[in-house]
Ligand binder design. Structure first.
Ligand code: ATP
Ligand code: MG
Length: 201
């Protein structure tokens, strides 16, 4: 085939592709507050959520972040986003379950944290609410899953919510508009590399 024939075929193929993509974009004409669930064993769930925090703040939207489970307050994301007037940041954990080793304390901490999240989910001034590592609290039974799902479902219609954490339940995924499962193909930690600033914290 000559170069010119090949170029023509490419152009015709791309024109057909563009028509399909344009039609599909035109079909997606609705706007609503979304529930996104970022789950799976791979790295990138929380950092993806924080990417959407940056996007939202860039548009002048107000954002609330609830970090469940974790207790560390020295992360780069917290230092960065706390400087932003439109971002409200709460670290609501006592540490990992294998650190606290105290189920009753974990439950009490979870309930206190949930109260903060509930307030945000009932307030339409928050355009985006991030519930980071929430899945663990549901999976351990520290929070009542039905109550949590009801509160998320009853949030203001234009409010976006991002839930992160491994092993998202079928019910949570069912309620969500977008679910992404990040696969763990390889992680530097298993090669003995400690958590790196700017990458892991
Ligand atoms: P990140 O915050 O980096 O987006 P994540 O939210 O997907 O990660 P978490 O389970 O919340 O994953 O873990 C947080 C920390 O654990 C990060 O330091 C991350 O690099 C690390 N991590 C994530 N996935 C793995 C893995 N498969 N093996 C080892 N460490 C991991
Ligand atoms: Mg995470």
């Amino acid at each position: 085939m000559t170069d010119s024939a090949q170029n023509q075929r490419h152009q015709a193929r791309m024109a057909r592709k563009k028509a399909l993509i344009d039609a599909s974009i035109a079909r997606a004409d609705q706007s609503k507050g979304l529930l996104l669930v970022l789950t799976g064993n791979g790295k990138g769930k929380s950092s993806s959520a924080f990417g959407m925090v940056a996007r939202s703040l860039g548009h002048g939207m107000k954002v609330g972040v609830c970090q469940f489970l974790k207790s560390r307050t020295d992360t780069g994301e917290e230092a960065f986003f706390r400087q932003h007037a439109n971002c409200e940041w709460h670290v609501l954990g006592d540490g990992f379950t294998w650190e606290t080793q105290n189920r009753e304390q974990d439950i009490a901490t979870s309930q206190r944290g949930w109260t903060v999240a509930q307030r945000m989910l009932a307030d339409d001034s928050y355009a985006l609410v991030v519930l980071d590592e929430l899945t663990y609290l549901l999976n351990y039974g520290y929070l009542d899953a039905d109550q949590v799902l009801d509160a998320i479902a009853a949030r203001p219609p234009m409010q976006h919510v991002v839930v992160t954490g491994r092993a998202a339940s079928a019910a949570l995924c069912e309620l969500a508009d977008t679910v992404a499962e990040i696969a763990d193909v390889k992680h530097a930690y298993r090669a003995g590399i400690q958590a790196q600033k700017g990458i892991d914290l």
